[in-house]
Design a protein around this ligand. Structure first.
Ligand SMILES: [Zn+2]
Length: 720
């Protein structure tokens, strides 16, 4: 799914028509390598392979038909990807899981005035003049993955973005939601949270619409004249309660293999809401909002439709019908492996996999989300395949993954992770790419230990931008943009730079890194190249939109193929695993300081002394190990194992309160944000709830994890 903010300032980068020159910069020293000379040659050979024309051809093939998860067209894309994996020399299999998925039988919204006059009926078909793809009968009607079925008629209340503070404001205004149909706009949080909160407050159904303020005409020209959301376009999506757990709603913590007995499945709706919800275009939402009475909303609740909005209720009644066909359906992950030379030479050794993945399923055509990422990944694999043909072997085993049913709730990746928990204890990294390219602006999120790694990788890859004088790297353009962009235009409060380098964000959720990092403790990154993108999860996220608005010459697909492939190559070949623990320790120390301040502001009596001591101990151990990593010698196997296990030490076996599937003590999706990360979640969420008992317990859990991680680093020494 991967939420992409539409709020990008326009950056005028002219594109070079020729291939970008290689190398962008000759690296002097690279963290993780005793001698980079040989690796540098391998990387140069790799970087020369990813091809713009081939990447564009992959994209065109993958997006020729709508390919919703578990449909025959989805299976065709699995077979196409599997063939490309095999062509490159990967040991490839299609791995099936059987998961609980809904597809819509009937979805209907009708609005009536108090005197019974029909005001609208929908959802209206998505349509613009001149789009080449929209009329395919396989375009699925607008619906929400994980929506309940239901048939409800009621009064309407407008709840802005459906954030917790929006619902609190309605409560303060004494606007009762029991039995009401809540109308909210997209944005501000994950859509599943909107439905979850509305249900908690007694609502009978939810309608979620795309306001033109957020990704429509208020932000730019509408497709087909520009990149923004046309009047009829609908954002489909999952309303699963992702912050409880991801994956098959009926099998948290276990894999939905084909032979899993039905008796192993949980009863009830698991992480799915109990009330129906339906997505709407602003064409369909507008007559409802226009008719709505009650007090006028404040300016912060006003969208960009041409009338003032009201809270409701009154003025309009709505009939909502959602008939969902729930079944156990088969989905198809494609998994391709390249056995590492270490394990080939020493079959007894544990096999430290380097894993990289992208989802393949789409709500409709999925040109940006996710198949720009798939096209780029296939060209990364093309490059690595050419190295294999020249006789090269990676030191560590490489595993490429094409996930299915990500859109419904990270199903393909979650079930595969739950199926491979034992071997994932040794996996050294998971590299994710969801939206590969929506425009020219590179961005990344990662665990802090891999921020430096991403900075070094992007320094080695040329940027297609010709706006700088000589051969800029991806890093150079990313850095320059971080200097000039203003927060005001980004719709984000995160910093642009950290310690003079482009900011790498925190991993929350909304894509396939979640099971790897937050359930299994595998160090992860997530990369993409963004831009103005208003057609997210609509029929207009198609090949025609992509070549018109995102990347007409596929230069950014090539760029992302190079960055993604280089992450894999460098991690697979490193002498010493390039985890930068001082950066991790610094980040954690900052989180603890913020939590302490927040507790003081709320006048909660909590003892931070033990956790501060543990963080200081972790910092000292991290500094010491960093010096050893920078000058590695001797047998490095046990050093690498210790370095890897630090991330596992940051898991707690009991998981987070009320959501035990989430094990990571430093990062989780916010319980009430869904996409955005909450840091030291056990502690922060207990403080937010002013729950001193729980906060005290969670401080102990965090202290234990940090002490364990510090001890791991203190005892890690290269064998002589
Ligand atoms: Zn996606």
């Amino acid at each position: 799914m991967k939420f992409v903010s539409a709020l990008f300032c326009a950056l005028l980068l002219s594109l070079s028509s020729a291939f970008a020159q290689i190398p962008a910069q000759e690296p002097t020293s690279v963290f993780g390598f005793t001698d980079f000379t040989n690796e540098s040659k391998i990387e140069k050979s790799f970087l020369a392979v990813p091809d713009t024309t081939l990447a564009g051809a992959h994209l065109k093939t993958l997006t020729a038909k709508p390919h919703l998860a578990a449909t025959p067209e989805d299976k065709e894309t699995a077979e196409y990807v599997a063939q490309k994996f095999r062509d490159a020399g990967l040991d490839t299999e299609i791995v099936s899981y059987r998961v609980y998925l809904n597809q819509p039988r009937k979805v209907l919204v009708e609005a009536f005035s108090p005197d019974g006059k029909l005001l609208m009926t929908g959802p209206q078909r998505e349509h613009v003049e001149g789009d080449a793809f929209q009329d395919d009968p396989r375009v699925v009607m607008p619906f929400h993955g994980s929506s309940a079925s239901g048939d409800v008629t009621g009064e309407v209340v407008y709840a802005n973005y459906g954030r917790i503070e929006d619902f609190d404001e309605l409560a303060a205004k004494k606007i009762d939601l029991h039995g009401k149909i809540v109308l909210v706009r997209y944005g501000g949080n994950f859509r599943g949270i909107k439905v979850y909160l509305a249900e908690q407050r007694g609502a009978a159904a939810v309608l979620i619409y795309s306001d033109p303020f957020d990704d429509g005409y208020y932000k730019g020209d509408l497709y087909p004249h520009g990149p923004m959301r046309p009047e009829s376009a609908v954002q489909r999506g999952s309303v699963q309660m992702l912050s409880k757990y991801s994956g098959d709603p009926q099998t948290p913590g276990i894999a939905s293999t084909l032979d899993l007995p039905d008796s192993a499945r949980i009863q009830g709706r698991g992480n799915q809401p109990g009330i129906p919800s339906i997505p709407l275009s602003y064409h369909d939402a507008s007559p409802i909002l226009r008719a709505l009475q009650g007090p006028a909303v404040p300016q912060s609740w006003q969208g960009a439709l041409p009338f003032h909005y009201h809270y409701g209720p009154g003025g309009v009644k709505v009939h909502v019908l959602s008939d969902q066909d729930y079944q156990l359906r088969t989905i198809w992950d494609v998994i391709g492996k390249i056995k590492g030379s270490d394990v080939a030479n020493n079959p007894d050794s544990s096999d430290p996999w380097v894993i990289a993945g992208n989802h393949r399923d789409a709500w409709v055509y999925g040109a940006v989300d996710p198949n720009s990422g798939t096209a780029a990944m296939l060209e990364s694999i093309h490059g690595i395949g050419e190295l294999l043909k020249s006789g090269w072997r990676p030191r560590r085993t490489i595993v490429f993954c094409s996930w299915d049913a990500e859109e419904e709730g990270l199903m393909g990746s979650t079930e595969w992770v739950e199926d491979h928990m034992a071997i994932l204890k040794n996996a050294v990294a998971y590299f994710n790419m969801d939206v590969g390219v929506a425009g020219p602006e590179f961005g990344a999120s990662a665990v802090p230990s891999l921020q430096r790694f991403i900075h070094q990788i992007t320094r080695a890859v040329p940027s297609p931008s010709a706006s700088a004088s000589t051969n800029p790297s991806v890093y150079d353009i990313w850095n320059a943009h971080s200097d000039t962009a203003s927060n005001e235009h980004r719709g984000s409060n995160s910093p642009l730079k950290t310690n003079g380098e482009p900011h790498v964000g925190d991993l929350g959720s909304g894509s396939d890194f979640t099971p790897f990092l937050q359930h299994a403790g595998v160090p992860s990154t997530d990369i993409g190249s963004g831009g103005p993108y208003g057609v997210y999860h609509s029929a207009f996220d198609n090949y025609a939109w992509f070549v018109q608005n995102a990347d007409p010459h596929f230069l950014y697909l090539q760029e992302m193929a190079r960055v993604f492939g280089l992450e894999v190559l460098r991690m697979a070949d490193a002498d010493v695993l390039p985890y930068d623990y001082p950066t991790y320790a610094h980040a954690i120390t900052g989180y603890i300081t913020s939590a302490k301040k927040k507790a003081a502001d709320l006048k909660l009596s909590l003892n931070f002394t033990p956790v501060e001591a543990a963080a200081a101990r972790f910092t000292a151990a991290a500094d010491k190990i960093n010096a050893i990593q920078s000058n590695p010698h001797g047998d490095l196997k046990s050093l690498n194992q210790s370095l890897r296990l630090v991330e596992s030490d940051l898991l707690s076996s009991s998981g987070l309160p009320n959501r035990p599937w989430y094990k990571h003590t430093i990062y989780a999706p916010g319980e009430y944000t869904g996409y955005a990360a909450v840091v030291i979640p056990g502690v922060f969420e207990a403080i937010d709830a002013s729950d001193v008992t729980r906060a005290t317990e969670q401080l102990t859990v965090l202290t234990d994890s940090l002490n364990q991680a510090a001890k791991r680093l203190e005892s890690a020494q290269p064998a002589q």
